[in-house]
Design a protein around this ligand. Structure first.
Ligand code: HEC
Length: 208
């Protein structure tokens, strides 16, 4: 009996300690930092949004960064209007590039064309890009009469949504870049259609 009482009170005392230590101080406030057995990711070298950044690398002291230039917004692809779809309000194709075709636009198009189109369509648009050597079949020749006569909006649609073997490029080219590429494709086509009389005098005399 005596032994039983010793066991009982020992068990009772230990239970009390256990209950108090597990549940006893819940909700209690303390200014002391908790014991850290596993710090996990409590302290991270990160910047909170909309705060001042001590990180000198950014220069301007802002923790929230602007998009990298050339970032393609997925929302923009869902925008309506001829600029974003290549279609007029009545559903017909936009006839011509709906933004001013400047030298900068064509040059931007030339650069993007070299990156995204030339591998298949060839640098000059003859449909003989490097991928044709690796089995890419029946790549369209951009100098075909059908494509010369095609509305700019329909080409815009091909770039945006792809066609048969050609994948869509809307995730890589924002609408403005697509129009830029089209203006360059038109320049490529014109380079074979131009007449001698259209060349400025100064340049023509230099040509043989
Ligand atoms: C991976 C290879 C590949 C790339 C890259 C590619 N194309 Fe194509 N493109 C094709 C193939 C293949 C076709 C023929 C599709 C078909 O069967 O009608 C085609 C067709 C076309 C057509 C004709 C569509 C029609 O209505 O017949 C145009 C215009 C065109 N591509 C423009 C572009 C432009 C501009 C780019 C760059 C943004 C580009 N392509 C990038 C493979 C490619």
């Amino acid at each position: 009996m005596k032994k039983f009482l010793i066991y009982f009170f020992t068990f009772w005392a230990l239970s009390l300690v256990a209950i108090v230590s597990i549940a006893g101080f819940r909700g209690g406030l303390s200014r002391k930092p908790p014991l850290e057995v596993f710090p996990d990711m409590d302290r991270q070298p990160k910047l909170r949004p909309q705060t001042k950044a001590a990180f000198a690398g950014f220069g301007d002291g802002l923790s929230s960064r602007l998009h990298v230039a050339g970032t393609v917004s997925r929302e923009a692809a869902r925008e309506a209007g001829d600029f974003a779809t290549g279609k007029n309000a009545d559903g017909s194709w936009v006839d011509a590039v709906p933004v001013p075709v400047t030298r900068e636009l064509v040059q931007r198009g030339r650069e993007r064309y070299g990156i995204y189109c030339a591998p298949c369509h060839g640098v000059a648009g003859d449909g003989n890009g490097v991928t044709t050597k690796f089995g890419m079949a029946a790549v369209a020749k951009l100098h075909d009469e059908r494509l010369i006569k095609m509305a700019d909006g329909e080409i815009f649609n091909t770039i945006s949504n792809g066609k048969n073997l050609m994948l869509p490029y809307s995730d890589k080219l924002d609408p403005n870049d697509r129009w830029a590429v089209i203006s360059y494709v038109r320049a490529l086509q014109l380079s074979r259609l131009g007449k001698k009389e259209e060349i400025p005098d100064a340049v023509r005399t230099a040509l043989k």
